[in-house]
Ligand binder design. Sequence first.
Ligand SMILES: Cc1cc2nc3c(=O)[nH]c(=O)nc-3n(C[C@H](O)[C@H](O)[C@H](O)COP(=O)(O)OP(=O)(O)OC[C@H]3O[C@@H](n4cnc5c(N)ncnc54)[C@H](O)[C@@H]3O)c2cc1C
Length: 383
Amino acid sequence: MNQDLDQFRQETRAWLEANCPPSMRLPLRSEKDATWGGRNPIYAHPDQKLWMERMGARGWTVPDWPKEYGGGGLSAAETKILREEMAAIRARNPLNSFGISMLGPALLKYGTEEQKLEHLPKIARGEIRWCQGYSEPNAGSDLAGLQTSAEDAGDHFIVNGQKVWTSYADQADWIFCLVRTDKTSKQGGISFLLFDMASEGVSTKPILLISGNSPFCETFFDDVKVPKSNLLGELNKGWDVAKYLLGHEREMISNMGAGGIDPLVEAARKGVDPILRGQIALFQVRARAFAAMSERFIDELKAGRAHPAQPSMMKYYGTELNKIRHELLMAAGGSDALEWESEASIHGAAARAWLRTKANSIEGGTSEIQLNIIAKRILDLPS
Ligand SMILES: Cc1cc2nc3c(=O)[nH]c(=O)nc-3n(C[C@H](O)[C@H](O)[C@H](O)COP(=O)(O)OP(=O)(O)OC[C@H]3O[C@@H](n4cnc5c(N)ncnc54)[C@H](O)[C@@H]3O)c2cc1C
């Protein structure tokens, strides 16, 4: 077995060496360098397309999904080796995708065979870009309070309502969307629908932020016709699908805590301000504890022993850790790190990344909500 894994490691290393373009081994300079794929893809560099297609053809954008759905069919041990070998050459993520990190796992668990065969291979190859229609103006933390309705119209639903904070809705091809199909029950009246953003009656409006960028949209549905075959899971049981997907979203966001502060550790070895040195050491201790916890969590998940609220623990700690990391990087960079517009500062990459971390403890459910879940479901504290 170990011999097989050794051989797999050698072959993987050789394949990555031959196929990962050198430009895809450099850190992202801005969000524009990330590869999202979709029907109308935007590539800051042609190698992004090449790298996504090469990895997608091998199923390695989703290495542990079954081969029949476009995955790599790798075991947990092989997947870990692939990730380690990619990290060793600093290979970029070939595809950023809400389809991979959120919808895919929910489709694998709740989808019909037709739904899996229709959507999963396209997600794996980056052909369709998905967005998430969960939050509404009066339903964020209290998500089950959502009001967007889907009326039964025979062989299809008619969807009306509004979503908010829909990341990249204006660039997405399809949406996974929570809708109300029964007004008499809060959680028990929600269903989970998949539909094309090009459907008649769907419109989006970017929400301009202080940075001048706009990843968020308001999304409006005006008599949108959605075939009933696009219902994921059972009618009125979408809350189960929604929670399962949120677990994966929180796990994905918690991964942000897994990054390092290598240049700072180097600097600390050579000698820096003693207070900063102490903070760097404390960060390293926390980062190692988080890495050990993540490893244990993934093993428990694969073995089917994970507590359903574990992603909340990971999300809370991972996002707080990511904030501390960027605070440290800014502190070490001093006033240079605040530089906003120049080639030297890569157009304020450090400052923009630091500001972006502030959203980590809001997106996918706020830190307060994660602490509530941990208190109730893990520590068994009274409400
Ligand atoms: C970067 C980013 C990307 C996002 N992308 C998407 C997306 O693609 N699709 C989507 O559907 N949504 C998206 N969201 C929305 C996100 O899921 C919501 O912002 C989040 O769930 C919080 O809801 P809210 O904004 O309505 O805040 P509210 O629910 O109004 O909460 C406001 C404050 O009150 C606190 N609070 C609320 N209830 C409680 C309670 N019971 N106990 C203690 N404290 C409480 C919250 O923790 C928070 O601090 C995104 C958000 C961000 C920041």
